[in-house]
Write a protein that binds this ligand. Structure first.
Ligand SMILES: [Zn+2]
Length: 102
C-alpha cells in the first residue's frame, strides 16, 4: 500500500526522499515530531502526502496525515501546508520573485 502511494508521486521505496516507516522512526524526535529543518545544513524540509500535497513538519508528524515523502526545500515560493495552511519558506527564496528592471 505504501508502495503504490509512493509510485503515485513518482518515488520508489529506495528513494532517499521516501519516508518509510523505518526512516520516519529515525527522523522522529523522542517526543514524536518530525524535524522542520535538515540535520545537515539546517535547510527547511517539506513533507508530501500520498496526493503529493505539501505538509509542514508539524502536520506530517501526525499519524493521520500519512506523510510518504520528504525533501529539502532549497528554492521556490513560500508554500502553504495543505493541512494547517502554515507557511513553509524555502532556504533561498523564490528566484522568480525578484523583479529585474533594465
Ligand atoms: Zn501544517
Amino acid at each position: 500500500m505504501a508502495h503504490s502511494t509512493l509510485r503515485k508521486i513518482g518515488l520508489t521505496r529506495n528513494d532517499p526522499r521516501a519516508l518509510t516507516g523505518e526512516r520516519k522512526a529515525q527522523l522522529m524526535s523522542p517526543d514524536g515530531h518530525l524535524p522542520r529543518y535538515s540535520s545537515l545544513g539546517c535547510y527547511p524540509l517539506i513533507y508530501l502526502d500520498g496526493e503529493a500535497e505539501v505538509l509542514c513538519a508539524t502536520c506530517a508528524s501526525r499519524p493521520e496525515e500519512a506523510a510518504v515523502a520528504f525533501d529539502i526545500y532549497f528554492e521556490g515560493p513560500v508554500l502553504n501546508c495543505a493541512a494547517c495552511n502554515g507557511e513553509i519558506p524555502s532556504a533561498y527564496g523564490d528566484p522568480d520573485s525578484e523583479e529585474i528592471s533594465e
